[in-house]
Every structure is written in C-alpha cells, then in structure tokens.
Design a protein around this ligand. Structure first.
Ligand SMILES: N[C@@H](CCC(=O)N[C@@H](CS)C(=O)NCC(=O)O)C(=O)O
Length: 211
C-alpha cells in the first residue's frame, strides 16, 4: 500500500497505525511548495490534495483520516463491539472537526490572516477542556490504544508550534503516547523531514519522541 504523507502532518497518525499493526507501507512524501512530482500525483487522486491518502494494493484510493485510520487499523486498533465502535467514531469526529479543523488548521495555515487565527484560538479553551474531561482517568481514548490515540497524538503535537495551551493531564497523555515505540519511531523518522523544510522553527519543537 502507498501512503501519501507530509512530515508531522495528520498523516503521522497513519504511519503510527501502520507501525502498530506491522503493515508495510510505501511512504510518499508530498510538499505543496513543490507542486510537481508526488504532489501532482496526490492531486490526481485527491482533488483536495490533502494527506493522508492511501492507495491499497488492489488500487482503491482512501482519503480522510477517519477512513484511512480505520482501514489500516482494522482488526486490531478498531473495536468490533458496537458501543466501543461508536465511542471510536465520537472520538474521531471530535478530533477531526473540533480540534484538527476548528482550532489547529487556521493557526498553522500560513495563508490564514490574524483575524482567522484569533477566532480559531478563541475556540480552543472549551474544546481543550472537553478533551481533558474525556481523557480524565483514562490511559487511552478507549480502553486500549486505538486509531483515535494515533490521530490525537498527531494533532496534539501541533500545540508545540501554536499558542494552544494544554492542561497538564493532556500534556501527560501526549508524553505517554510519545513513549510508545510506534510513535517514537514515526516521529523520529518524520522530524528530520519536517525540520529540513522549516528551519525557522526551533529544534526543540516536536523533538521529545525522537530524542
Ligand atoms: N478532512 C481531511 C483533512 C486532512 C488535512 O487537513 N490534511 C492536511 C495535513 S494535516 C493537508 O493535507 N493540508 C494541505 C491542504 O489542505 O492543502 C481528513 O480528515 O483527512
């Protein structure tokens, strides 16, 4: 299978899930600043030109984190029980729509103006408080590590390059996730690619899992 990714973007979650499950992936790095090559390939299969995009061995294209992660994690990191699966869907929707898109994307987008960034930041406290409450007393989003944790750690990493404040319990959760071998490996591999592209961002950024 082929995974289109961008270093330390949300596609990190797919890489983590592949390492957790031992799924071999051909990893294709895309860079929107270099619109030919891999980026053009990605645009051809996903009109939004967003990562992650997965091409399966039988040629199907899967986009959207919730779908890609569940495809890669099927059988191990996705519960089969109806209630647990519903909880997983709640988590994936919450991470995707409330955290990823509402809060972090405008803060990370170099084309978003100050008004857009201020608006996104104003949405953070209630959502981060809801996240802290959801994680309260839990080691993982569900009862054991699932694709939701892979997605959540990828998104929470962005707090290190945005002004989104995380309460200690959420930082502790992220630190625990960084201790997992799959997360360590994925971050250690993607950090140098990220740092190579964005030299202005301090080295300490994102480094905890790789160092
Ligand atoms: N709805 C998509 C969003 C994916 C997404 O926002 N990917 C970002 C990286 S974290 C991206 O490719 N951004 C480039 C762009 O939007 O042009 C999903 O959940 O997979």
């Amino acid at each position: 299978m082929k995974l289109y990714f961008s270093p330390l973007a949300c596609s990190l979650a797919s890489r983590i899930v592949a390492y957790e499950t031992g799924t071999p992936l051909q990893l294709v790095e895309v860079d929107s600043d270099r619109p030919d090559g891999a980026y053009a390939e990605l645009r051809a299969i996903n009109p939004l030109a967003q990562v992650p995009a997965l091409v399966t061995d039988d040629g199907r294209v899967i986009t959207e984190n919730a779908a890609v992660l569940q495809y890669l994690g099927d059988g191990t990191l996705v519960p089969t029980d109806r209630n647990e699966r519903t909880k997983l869907h709640e988590w994936l929707s919450f991470i995707s729509t409330e955290l990823h898109k509402t809060v972090y994307v405008p803060l990370l987008d170099k084309h978003a103006n100050e008004g857009a960034k201020a608006y996104a930041l104003s949405k953070a406290p209630v959502r981060i408080a809801a996240l802290a409450s959801r994680l309260d007393g839990r080691s993982y989003a569900l009862d054991s590590f699932s694709v939701a944790d892979a997605y959540l750690v990828a998104v929470l990493n962005w707090s290190t390059v945005t002004p989104v404040e995380l309460p200690p319990a959420v930082v502790a959760y992220r630190t625990r996730m960084h201790e997992r071998p799959s997360v360590r490996r994925a971050m250690a591999e993607e950090y140098p690619l990220y740092a190579g592209r964005k030299p202005a961002i301090p080295q300490r950024t994102f480094q905890s899992a790789g160092s």
